[in-house]
Write a protein that binds this ligand. Sequence first.
Ligand SMILES: Nc1ncnc2c1ncn2[C@@H]1O[C@H](COP(=O)(O)OP(=O)(O)O)[C@@H](O)[C@H]1O
Ligand SMILES: [Mg+2]
Length: 212
Amino acid sequence: MTEPGDYLAENPDIRCFEEFIKSTPYQKEYISVVFDEEVMLISLSGTPGVGKTTASLILKKRGHKIVDLNQLAEENEFVVGFDDKRGSKIIDVERLDDFICEHFTKEKTIIEGHLSHLLSVDIAIILRCDPIVLEERLKRKGWPEAKIKENVGAEILDVIKVEAFEVVDKVYEIDTTSKTPLEVAKVCENILEGIYEEPKINWLDKYEHLLF
Ligand SMILES: Nc1ncnc2c1ncn2[C@@H]1O[C@H](COP(=O)(O)OP(=O)(O)O)[C@@H](O)[C@H]1O
Ligand SMILES: [Mg+2]
C-alpha cells in the first residue's frame, strides 16, 4: 500500500497530486491555491493537551514567528473574567482579534492557542490526539477529573474542528498521537509549503461509548 510521503518522494512536482488525491484513503489536498494569496495568519489550535505549545516551541526554534495567544491575552488585558464552572479564563476574542489584525499581519505568523481558530486567520491547523492518550496527558498535567472529561469529550466530538470550519476556509488536521513534536512541526511546515497528506481522523466511531 502506498504510505503518505511515498508519492511525494517519487513526484516532487506537487501539481501531480490531484489524480492521486481522488484515489487515496488519506486526506490530501492540492492546497497551493491558498498560497497564491499571501498566507499571513496561521492558527495552530486544538483541544488542550494535544501538543500545541510543544510543537510551537519547535517551530519557533526553526525560525517561525509564533504568538502565544494565552500570553498575549494576559499581557494585553483581554482576559475579562473566570468561568468557575469550566475552570477557565474568559477571553474577549473579538478585541483580541482586532489587536492581532492590527499588529501581526505584516509577516507570516503562527498564532498558537485553543482559541486561535476563532480569529481572522487565513488557515487553521488543528492538532488532534487519540482521546485515550489525551486523557493520560491531561491526568499527568494534574487537571481535575471534570475538566479532563469535558476536553476528552470535545476531542471525540471534533468540537474545535467544527468551530474552525465555521470561520476559516482552509482547515488542516494533524493526528499527533504517534508523532514526535518535531514530526508535528514538520507537518505544519509542509502545510505552509502547500503540501498536506494526513490520515483521516474519526474518534467518534471508536470512542462514542466514552461520551456516556
Ligand atoms: N507529540 C507529542 N508526543 C507525546 N507527548 C506530547 C507531544 N506533544 C506534547 N506532548 C506532551 O503532552 C502534554 C501537553 O502538551 P502541550 O504542548 O502543553 O499541549 P497544549 O499546548 O496543546 O495544551 C505535555 O506533557 C507534553 O509534553
Ligand atoms: Mg498550550
